[in-house]
Design a protein around this ligand. Sequence first.
Ligand SMILES: [Zn+2]
Length: 236
Amino acid sequence: MTAVQIADGVWRLPTAPADFINSYLLRGDDGTLTLVDAGTKGAPKKILSALAGLGLQPGDVTHLLLSHAHNDHTGGARKVVEATAAQVHTHEREAVYVREGRMPATDPSTRGGRLMARLPGRATGFAKVGVDGTFEDGDVLPLAGGIQVVHTPGHTPGHCSFLHPGSGVLITADAIFNVRGLRYAFKNSCTDVRLSRASAQRLGELDFAVAGFTHGAHVSTGAQVAVRAFLAGRSS
Ligand SMILES: [Zn+2]
């Protein structure tokens, strides 16, 4: 997989075919790298080859930010840490799941959520990984010139999106997908479906030029208008 540059110092790293799962890489002025999400357990190989393709060293990745504890975002975290020695940071309400290698409960008010809840832990868990630090809503992390944490709970309790004002990139994580158009996350993957949709509205209040999704290709033209229209129910 090849990294896709989406703004100055920001790359989307597709770790599954057809842009279905993405990590993001942000470079600071000092050359240090911050990785957002680690994909599935098979993703680290692709992330490392993308780094090599950019002429970057694994050891330059100082931080791994995890948007939430689902195995398509955290499944590769342990291997990424082993390869890079990055510090792992996640929301304070997500840390317990990351440390224990398990996904938060799914919404019992949906049929799919009830079915998912019956899957054995080995089907949904991931390699547990240490958490070096936690963040909360509104924090501006001193990474890549400043990364603002936007808590968008509901998909999971500590699910977060990230705004990088320096480049104008918003990383929605799973608050919004771009899979055959903008859409919300699959209901059966959410802890609280209604809350996930309500909290996604926060993204419409932010200023950004490029929208990066963890599922689907980024949007770099008219991104803010498209996201606001979607959130207002004017598109799907
Ligand atoms: Zn998810």
